[in-house]
Write a protein that binds this ligand. Structure first.
Ligand code: SF4
Length: 439
């Protein structure tokens, strides 16, 4: 019988938070993982503190774990919510045994052993830690940096994650090589602001330099970069990605708005003309995938500025778009505005945008029918056990969609296999495919 202590960990929020959770799992390898909170000796919630809904989810998760935990178990709360609301949470959550923020992921084992809360001053940035890759073993997120130097009016992240702190290229390359040895074939490079990589070390083209080094790694097959920022995404970087043999023409660039006057109010730095120039270059790239996000209802957004964004969305064909309702976050410039938009109007605008996005996304999906594409086998799927789950190799995990395989000319397909397939149908937001050969 396995007498190891049992660990239950819930990782909330973004994929950057997931990497930090994986670092904690790496430090707690002596524990047996369990998805049953009621039998766990240690329960960890790695929280998100970005916007209202995420904060609410973090609190609900803490309370629900507390309500089922066993006697004498330890409840640990880490991450962005605790970093942002340290004093309040320590006062208001007596049920929590250990509080830590975003600076001590690599000390979690010591904090648990000593039953000690700790908030180190600097934000933790992964280096050579031996993290536990969660999810599908053949894919891994690679964190490039922590913190952010941008000053977007609506965002509190720089307040609790601090200034941009980039990893050395050598550290990133070493981690990728280590993970390839462990069977990882597909990589997603992430941070709050990836295109600013190494700008804190006086390099304006850090990502270009990184791409060159990653391309030298043997056996690396597939990679993409998420979270490009308009002001630091140069034409040279776009060209570097387009010419890369390893990095897909995958362009994730949250623009948040398109009207010049709103982009100024949001302190985004780049204006409409520059953003449209970037998007056109990205859209023209062969087999490109362009993803973005918009915020609706930011203070001072006029009906005219909103309609301008709506009409742009009807014109420009994005592959995927996320749209967020403005969340009023204390500590941000927008929070001080005297011209907030009512929830009623925000929801009306949100609905209009979501309608256009759904129509465009379905049209983009339908364009794949009849085409031969590369797929990444993911195994399980949300529909039916008779289908094998996959995603287009260019797509990022979890956020870009699902391809269901109902036929295969290849036997014994494995999770993590990269295959060629013909898209035969589009059913709702799912693509159906037949595998033709293994790559
Ligand atoms: S780029 Fe803007 S939205 Fe993103 S983390 Fe930085 S300040 Fe926040």
């Amino acid at each position: 019988m396995d007498i190891r202590k049992k660990l239950h960990l819930v990782s909330l929020g973004c994929n950057k938070n997931l990497v930090d959770s994986e670092v904690m799992l790496g430090r707690l390898r002596d524990y047996e993982m369990t998805d049953r909170a009621e039998i766990a000796d240690v329960l960890i919630v790695n929280t998100c503190g970005f916007i209202g809904a995420a904060k609410e989810e973090s609190l609900q998760t803490i309370f629900s774990l507390h309500s089922v935990r066993k006697k004498d178990s330890l409840l640990v709360v880490s991450g962005c919510l605790t970093q942002r609301y340290k004093e309040e949470l320590i006062k208001e959550l007596p049920e929590v045994d250990i509080f830590t923020g975003v600076g001590d992921y690599d000390h979690i084992d010591m904090l648990i052993e000593n039953r000690k809360s700790q908030f180190s001053n600097s934000t933790y940035l992964i280096d050579a830690e031996d993290r536990v890759i969660t999810g599908i073993i053949a894919h891994a997120y690679i964190k490039l940096s922590e913190g952010c130097n941008q000053q977007c009016s609506f965002c509190a992240i720089p307040n609790f994650k601090g200034k941009l702190k980039s990893r050395e290229i050598k550290s990133v390359v070493n981690e990728v090589k280590k993970l390839i040895d462990k069977g990882v074939k597909d990589f997603s490079f992430i941070s709050q602001d990836s295109s600013s990589y190494l700008r804190d070390k006086n390099s304006d083209d850090g990502l270009c330099l990184l791409i060159d080094e990653i391309e030298k790694i043997n056996m690396i097959k597939s990679a993409r970069i998420l979270y490009l920022y308009p002001t630091t995404t140069s034409n040279a970087l776009i060209e570097k990605i387009v010419n890369s043999q390893v990095f897909h023409n995958y362009f994730d660039i949250p623009i948040q708005h398109i009207s010049d006057s709103m982009l100024k109010k949001m302190r985004r730095g780049a204006g409409e003309k520059r953003i449209k120039e970037q998007l056109d270059l990205m859209r023209k790239a062969p087999n490109s995938f362009v993803r973005t996000s918009f915020i609706v209802g930011h203070p001072d957004e006029s009906e005219e500025e909103f309609l301008y964004m709506l009409s742009f969305l009807q014109e420009f064909k994005f592959d995927r778009v996320n749209v967020f309702a403005y969340s009023d976050e204390e500590g941000t410039v927008a929070y001080e505005s005297q011209n907030k938009i009512s929830t009623k109007i925000i929801n009306q605008r949100l609905k209009k945008l979501e309608k256009v996005i759904e129509k465009n996304t379905n049209e983009m999906l339908k364009e794949s029918v009849g085409k031969t594409v590369k797929l990444f086998i993911e195994g399980e799927n949300s529909e039916h056990e008779l289908f094998l789950g996959a995603r287009k190799l260019i797509w990022a995990p979890e956020i870009d969609g699902e391809v269901l395989i109902n036929e295969s000319e290849i036997e014994n397909l494995q999770i993590g296999d990269i295959v060629e397939a013909k898209i035969t149908e589009c059913v709702g937001d799912k693509l159906i495919a037949t595998v033709t050969r293994k790559i």
